[in-house]
Write a protein that binds this ligand. Structure first.
Ligand code: GGG
Length: 354
């Protein structure tokens, strides 16, 4: 039996609540199957840790995480710690240190999930967002000059390297090739006259290696509109770090809300651990109430199974989510129900058992 060592960072707010249910689902599916087992090690990193130690994680945290097969993360950010510190010192630090340059976010409307486009005949929503996850608008490069003075100027630099741009676009084409899908590139070359002109050129170049794949290109503003008016046109979508972050929240709204938005931060070369996390944040307004929706975290667990080659288990977990949604009985308040976070996790386990 294979043993996978998973570093668990529950993080802040609802993070620990949803992660507990994700672990429950991973363990149940693995136990019923018998080919794989998990060894979980918890790390108490996050905003509380920051308030005590002045940093979001141990000084040697990145070194310690190297020993794991994967990382399972809940959420980061809490009032009292500036959001840019909590994000950069934990989540983005891990993504960058481990060159997790692919952020895979499925936008898939499962049967039973609520959709604001219901009855509009435009409800076939099955997109796979491939978001560049290592540079671009999230490069961290910039400056803050003449702070507090009338001539104050702030610079935030987007960095688009040839290596970084080529590899994410190529990853999208490889994904589409395997799935027999189209590839859509989303950029903004009319306004961002260096970075996005370059992005479009690289997309054009790489697309020539895949003449059998149909391609489309949209400006990000038009894409945001089309995602709502005609979501069926999007299959595999490749876009930059910031655009991907924003558009996948639009996608989440179409496919059941943030409680159903899953994500995987992948280092495809497997030189370093990859990280699986729900897209949502720490939701301080509902933290500690036991009502957070754990399904996005369970879905991220399904992505973890896929990543390790247990695609049948990944599908089984996704199917369990769909059955639960179709039953329409054990759902958290965001989906119109009155069940608790752990009741949803328990029902997932029961469905896996059936
Ligand atoms: N689930 C992890 C989390 O707390 N994400 C919040 C967030 O703001 N993420 C930004 C990003 O994915 O770039």
């Amino acid at each position: 039996m294979e043993t996978l060592k998973i570093a668990v960072i529950p993080g802040d707010g609802i993070g620990p609540e949803v992660i507990a249910e994700g672990i429950k689902a991973l363990e149940k599916a693995a136990q019923l199957d018998g080919r794989v087992q998990f060894e979980f090690t918890h790390f108490p990193w996050g905003c509380e840790y920051y308030l005590e130690h002045g940093r979001m994680m141990d000084e040697d945290g990145i070194d310690r995480l190297k020993d794991f097969d994967a990382i399972y993360l809940g959420a980061v950010g809490y009032p009292g710690v500036p959001d840019h510190i909590s994000l950069w010192d934990l989540l983005l630090r891990i993504r960058k240190s481990f060159d997790q340059y692919v952020n895979i976010r499925p936008i898939q409307l499962l049967n039973g999930a609520p959709c604001p486009l219901k009855n509009s005949s435009k409800e076939k929503i099955d997109m796979l967002f491939i978001r560049e996850n290592s540079e671009g608008e999230y490069s961290g490069a910039g400056d803050w000059l003449f702070k507090g003075k009338p001539e104050e100027v702030v610079l935030q630099t987007g960095v688009f390297s040839r290596k970084g741009t080529e590899r994410i676009i190529r990853y999208a084409f490889e994904t589409a090739k395997e799935a027999g899908k189209t590839v859509t590139s989303i950029s903004k070359a009319n306004a961002l006259n260096y970075s996005m002109v370059f992005w479009d050129e690289v997309f054009e170049e790489v697309s020539k290696e895949y003449p059998e794949i149909q391609t489309y290109s949209y400006l990000v503003d038009a894409a945001a509109m089309h995602m709502i008016t005609d979501p069926e046109r999007f299959e595999v979508v490749v876009t930059s770090n910031l655009f991907g972050d924003i558009l996948t929240d639009v996608g989440a709204a179409l496919a059941g809300g943030m409680g159903l938005a899953a994500g995987a931060n992948i280092n495809p070369e497997r030189e370093y651990p990859s990280m699986f996390e729900p897209v949502h944040g720490s939701a301080p307004d509902i933290a500690g109430k036991g009502v957070a929706n754990p399904l996005a975290t369970v879905w991220s667990a399904s992505q973890m199974f896929d990543f390790f080659g247990y695609n049948d288990l990944g599908e089984k977990l996704l199917k369990a989510i769909e059955i639960l949604l179709e039953e329409n009985k054990v759902l958290t308040p965001d989906l119109g129900g009155s069940a608790s976070t752990s009741e949803v996790g328990d029902r997932i386990s029961e469905i896996l058992n059936d």
